[in-house]
Each structure stands twice: as C-alpha cells, then as structure tokens.
Design a protein around this ligand. Sequence first.
Ligand SMILES: NC(=O)c1ccc[n+]([C@@H]2O[C@H](COP(=O)([O-])OP(=O)(O)OC[C@H]3O[C@@H](n4cnc5c(N)ncnc54)[C@H](O)[C@@H]3O)[C@@H](O)[C@H]2O)c1
Ligand SMILES: O=C(O)C[C@@H](O)C(=O)O
Length: 559
Amino acid sequence: MPSHIRERAQIYRIASIPGDGIGVDITEAALRVLATLSTTLGTFELETTTFDWSSANYLTRGHYMPEDGLTQLKAFDAIYFGAVGWPSVPDHISLWNLILPIRKALNQYVNVRPTRILAGTKSPLVGCERGDLDWVIVRENSEGEYAGQGGISHEHSDHAIGTELAIFTQVGIERIMRFAFETARSRPRKKLTMVTKSNAQRHGMVLWDRIFYEVAKGYEDVDIDKMLVDAMTVRMVLNPKSLDTIVATNLHADILSDLAAALSGSIGIAPSSNLDPTRKNPSMFEPIHGSAPDIAGKGIANPVGAFWSAAEMVRWLGEEKAADGLMRAIENVTAAGVSTKDLGGSADTKTVTDAVCKEIEKLGKLAPAPAPASQNPHGLSINQSFTNRPVVTTIKGFPPIVALHPHMPMRNHHLADLRLLLFALHALSQPIKQAQSPGPHHLRIQRIPSLRVHRIPFHSHHPLDPNLVRPMWLPEGDDVASLDIAPAVCVPLDQHLILLARLVYLRGQRRCHRLSVYAVDAEKVVADEEACADDENSAGADAGDTRELACTRRSRWRR
Ligand SMILES: NC(=O)c1ccc[n+]([C@@H]2O[C@H](COP(=O)([O-])OP(=O)(O)OC[C@H]3O[C@@H](n4cnc5c(N)ncnc54)[C@H](O)[C@@H]3O)[C@@H](O)[C@H]2O)c1
Ligand SMILES: O=C(O)C[C@@H](O)C(=O)O
C-alpha cells in the first residue's frame, strides 16, 4: 500500500441489552468475544452502550424501556440482545414491553434463524450426521398472532372471551417471501419450503400460499415446495436432509425454530437476526433461547448461540471476514469437545468463552495482511477489494474516501441504486474533523454513523437509466436545494465504471456542494464519495475531468 494511504478501522455503535437471567451471562460472554475479535483483527471497532432494561428494573421503575427508549436505539448501528422474561413478571408483559416493541418499531420484519450441526456436536436424531441438517428458517417477524390485535371482554365473569387475532397483509407476506427466496437463492441448494396451515386456517394462510406461488414466478431457479406445519414437524425429524431454506409465519417459525435447535443439538447454540432489510433502523441479534430461569446465575449457560448471533451481527455490519473467523473459532472449540452440559460436555460458560477467545487470537495470527489499496491513474484511490463492508481510506491531502457496499439481502439488480449511493453521502455528512496528527492535511471521519436517513418527497432519475425515477434518501437534517447526478465522467477503473455526480444541498444556513464518485460494476454497487464545500469555495468543482477534479479537491481541502 502506498505510504500516503492509510486504512482506518471501521467503528460501529452497538446497543447492548442483556435483559434477564442467562441473557446477562451470555451477553457478557458475547461482548468479550467480540472485543477479542475486534482487537485481534484490527479491522473494526465496537463502541458498546449497555442498557439495563430488565424485569428487575421493571419491578422497581415500572417500565422496561424509558419513553424515548426506541428513539435511543435508533442511534445505533446494531442491537445485541440477551433474553427477557422472569417468573416474577407475567411473560406477556416482559415480551410486549421490550423485545416485541423493538422488533416492531424498528421495522425488523425478518427473523433469520440458521441451524446446523456444529463440528464436534451431535444431533439427537439417530443417523443424522453433520451436513444432514443445515437449514435457514426465515421467520416473518411483524404480523400473524404477534400483531397485537385482540382482547379480553367480560374478563371477570364466567363469560370471559379472549380473542387473539392473526393479521396477514399482502405487503407483509410479499416482503418476507422475497427475502426467503433471496436467501434460498444465495444458498448452494437453492431450495425453499413454505410452511402454513392453510387447511384449517382458511383466510390468512390461504393468502400466504397464493403470494408464495406468485413471488415464486420471479425465482425460477429456486426449487420450491409447501408443507402444512403439522406435517413439517414430522419431516424435520424424519427427513432433515430434504430441507434447506424454510419460510413460515411468526408463530409457526417460532415453534419450528426451537425444534430445529433441539434437533441440531441444543437450543443453546441457535442464533437469530431480527433484520430491517431496508437498513433504515438498526437490526437486532440474539440467541433464540429465553432467560432460562432454571439455570440462571449458575454460570453454565451455553454461550454458543450468543456467539453465533454476534457473528451474524458482525456479518450484517459488513465484516464478513470477521464473521467467518468467529464462526471458525466457535467450531474449533466445539470440535475440541469444549462444551456445556446441554451439549453433553462439562465446561461452564466462562471456559467456553475463554476457549473461543483463544481460538480467535490463534486465527488472528494466521490471518493474511489486508489487500493493498489500488491507485488509479487519475489520483483517486479506491480500496481494491470492494468488500461488503464500508472501507474508509484516508489519503494525505484528500478528504476521506468511503467505499460502501451495504450487504443487501434483497439483491438489487440495478447497477447504481441511488439509495446506496446516498448512504455514502450521509456517512460523509457527519462531522469531518482535521486530525491532530499526523499532519495538518490529514483528514478523517470520526465514525460512520448508523445509516439514519429519511425519505423526503423528492425524486430523481437513475444515473444509468434516465427513464427510471426513484425515491431518494438524503442526509438527515439537510434540505436539498438541487441535485445533479449525471454520468458526466466515466472512467474505467479495474472493470469498474466511475461516475461523478454533484449534489447541492443546504446544510443549516450554508449551501453545500458535494461531489460524488461512484464505482459500479454489474454485480456490486460501490459508492465512493468525497468533497463537500460551502458555496463560495466550490467554484470550479465541476465534473469535467477526474484528474482536474482531484486537484481541485486537494487544494480546497488543504486550506
Ligand atoms: N427472545 C427472548 O427474550 C425470549 C425467548 C424465549 C423465551 N423467553 C422468555 O424466557 C423465559 C423462560 O422461557 P422458557 O423456559 O420457555 O425458554 P428458555 O429458552 O429460557 O429455556 C428452555 C430450556 O432450555 C434451557 N436453555 C435455554 N438456553 C440455554 C442455554 N443457552 N444453555 C443451556 N440451556 C439452555 C433452559 O435451561 C430450559 O431448560 C420466559 O419468560 C420466556 O417468555 C424470552
Ligand atoms: O418471539 C417470541 O415468541 C419470543 C421468543 O420465543 C423468541 O423467539 O424470541
């Protein structure tokens, strides 16, 4: 890597909610493992804030979250959750005052629950070997029996009536189906099984069936089948190999995923990701188990599900290699037979955690050096690897360059999705400060914030397809005066097309110009953005020639 280029570790802000019972033990263990991962790899940092929202505090304060709890969470890049629920508080109070409002308010409409038999562990199913059970359950996470509709009338009489209304909407079903198809398509077997109960439940479940087949038309490469949930339990036990990706309603998938976890060895190993695929809100990662009051405080909870959830969080944040490393470390430990009682071992939570940390450190020593950044002939330097994580590269004399390829589970086939590009704009609209060292020309971004953007009533033409008008996402708090996105300059760089664009917007009272550089190829969308200036300073910053532009920027930022 040329000496004038430095890569900075990416910083992510994590909200940690340990909750109750073993949620506290496994969250502590997971944060330790994450800290070891971050220190060992040096490619990312986590700034963790812990919230003491628990049943014990509910009993003393009268609430789990404060009134602005959900707003507070929105400021983070991701949420790490332990478990909630304690015998002294009715379960529907704990669930409906903490975890369910988070899932709902933060639009986490997908719950991904992978299950497989980890190295060194055994399924209770006779003859079921590693590889015979390798599933991803996609749980609809916002509606069904969890919609919160219903009530109790005549409560204190012999005629009490309780209703629990299951709500299924076209929008809700379609979006989960698309996510499930994309998930199935991304896996080697490209196989999706849809689960309902459309024989007995003749409205919402029938709608599920219909939409499943409609969405399937766009995924002819995915092999599909449909099961009734009762028969599905039989198939999971008797023919686990016949399944791969599974999509089911909120309630059905909740139940099936506990069964799946048990069939893969223990509920203690199973992870989950509550995702907002739009990435407008932080997603939440948690093991699927509860607070396990029967073993709480004994230090014997299996932390593997918590570690796996942490790996999924890191992956969602874009740190693929770190996630793979963490999974390797976990499986090296299970393969060595270091496991808790639920998996047939005798280790406690701390022993397993220590072992995983040691494995991470060992793997860190073997890790190859990061790929060097490439320098294009026009003076713009872009990280060559175009990985899924945001890469911040600082170049002496230039503002930082950010390469973003947000990990989009919904594959976007458009070449340059403006939303992604504006993520980069938003990232750079955060305070950029002149570093104290190493020199006056060295600029850096303090952090990449969570992608808090809001939709504004504004549309623009797609840069590559003038007929395609798309909604835009803009930096929070900034008013757009005008937008000028045009492929004025196209420079081929390693098989990537570089487009320049100019965004003019108001920041407070100032009028700002922002020049953007987009690197695009057929499969990836990478936004590479830089240069923002007050109006009076931006003269000459026209997208005429890349080399000239680079020079303009250099002199402007040197002042
Ligand atoms: N997402 C959540 O926060 C969540 C999920 C499920 C249950 N809950 C709540 O948790 C409380 C207890 O629920 P439950 O008993 O039905 O389910 P649970 O998952 O807490 O426990 C079920 C059984 O599995 C064992 N177990 C769970 N996790 C384990 C681990 N990591 N290592 C070893 N053994 C483990 C427990 O000891 C228990 O025997 C309830 O209040 C419930 O509402 C919360
Ligand atoms: O969502 C639920 O029903 C609570 C718990 O079972 C879970 O899966 O998180």
